[in-house]
Ligand binder design. Structure first.
Ligand SMILES: [Zn+2]
Length: 397
């Protein structure tokens, strides 16, 4: 038996007036998803415990069979692992943004945060900035790693006691004094970074070109590497994961899965759907299970783009069609779990807490259900998985 988990990130939604009071899942033409629902098991699952924030790491941990209440350690260690950093148990990872603060000779506390992304700084400039920061602020226990654009990483061995940190994108345009970390060691690093960066050649050039300078670091999202029991031990099968998103790659690597990078997989509406589906079939040659995560519907949800969200679901349905055809050609029996990780309703433009609709289909055990794939149909069956981290047991056992 081969297993496919196909996750449309943020696919679930509410009825939308613009779509004739249908949800994007109801509006989309998706013959393959509907086929699975018409022949499989359909229900709802809670992927995010009520007391937790519906983040993608939390929900995808649950879908892979790891209770987020036990295993969720925040996003930064997952990002660090996906960057290839080998974290040790004594290491703590921090997200280190490079940001743009106002520069009017005011005290650091009085500065305004203008941009959490330093004008979506390019990698080349960003890497020069982080190299300087690591040289000046790094030491035997503290190392800054350059990532992508404004998203970088600090790994701190036996770090000082952590405190609460603020997400920089939540306080744009505000005076930073009230949002700096309370613990002195972290605050001091941020203050020093401004002195180091304000006249950095890269920033002077950026300003002369009319671009935002990356004139401070911003530390947030601390966490230890999650100690996930290997997926292969838990379920006695080999698994691979395909995603364009650092967080999901990080979970897969921590779970000992093969993490596959697909060229042109971008996490946007224009991602390489076909490339991902082909890579999934290829991965099933070496593995028993492949976990395919597609970010596009979530991205459309955050942007409030209803029609594009419908389109992204139709593209994912195309992937599903390819996967089913290829599996049929191979002559192997297979099961599919089709789901989303959490809803990202167009109306809210952020993640929500509602349970997710899922389908489990088994190629050699079809039953007529008369259902199609939607939030409402899934609710109607009455099948409700309270602990979403047990959903995968229905697939594998
Ligand atoms: Zn999202």
């Amino acid at each position: 038996m081969k297993y496919i988990v196909l996750v449309g990130d943020g696919m679930g939604d509410y009825p939308i007036e613009k779509l004739g009071n249908k949800t994007p899942l109801e509006k989309a033409k998706k013959p393959y998803m509907d086929y699975l629902a018409s022949k499989g098991i359909v229900g709802l699952a809670e992927t995010v415990p009520p007391e937790m924030v519906p983040e993608s790491d939390t929900a995808n941990l649950a879908l892979m069979g790891y209770d987020p209440r036990v295993y969720s350690k925040g996003r930064s260690p997952l990002e660090a692992v996906s960057m290839g950093i080998e974290m040790q148990p004594e290491d703590t990872a921090f997200r280190c943004n490079i940001v743009t603060l106002s520069d009017k000779c005011e005290a650091y506390d009085n500065k305004i945060i203008l941009d959490h992304s330093a004008g979506e700084i390019n990698d080349k400039d960003a890497h020069k900035i982080i190299a300087t920061i690591d040289k000046e602020l790094g030491n035997d226990t503290r190392k800054f790693y350059a990532g992508v654009s404004y998203r970088h990483c600090l790994i701190w061995k036996d770090c000082p006691a952590v405190c609460s940190f603020t997400r920089p994108h939540d306080i744009l345009g505000k005076r930073i004094g009230n949002f700096l970390p309370e613990a002195d060691e972290y605050r001091r690093l941020m203050v020093k970074s401004f002195d180091i960066l304000k006249n950095h050649p890269t920033n002077l050039r950026r300003v002369s070109e009319g671009k935002s300078p990356a004139n401070s670091i911003w530390l947030w999202s601390n966490g230890k590497k999650p100690a996930l029991p290997p997926f292969s031990d838990k379920f006695n099968i080999k698994a691979a994961a395909i995603s364009a998103v650092d967080l999901i790659k990080g979970i897969a690597i921590c779970a000992g899965m093969e993490s596959i990078d697909v060229e042109g997989a971008t996490g946007t509406l224009n991602t390489n759907y076909h490339g991902k589906a082909k890579a999934a079939i290829d991965a099933l040659g070496r593995n028993d299970l492949v976990y395919i995560h597609v970010e596009a519907p979530d991205e459309c949800g955050h942007r409030g783009e209803a029609e594009n969200k419908v389109l992204s679901i139709e593209y994912i349905d195309g992937m599903l069609g390819f996967l089913m055809d290829e599996m049929k050609k191979s002559g192997q029996d297979y099961k599919i779990l089709l789901c989303c990780d959490h809803p990202t309703p167009i109306e809210l433009r952020t993640h929500s807490h509602e349970p997710i609709p899922f389908v489990i289909y088994q190629s050699n055990n079809e039953t007529e259900t008369g259902l199609y794939y939607s939030e409402e149909q899934a609710k109607r069956t009455g099948l409700y998985i309270k602990d979403g981290s047990t959903l995968i047991n229905l697939l594998i056992k």
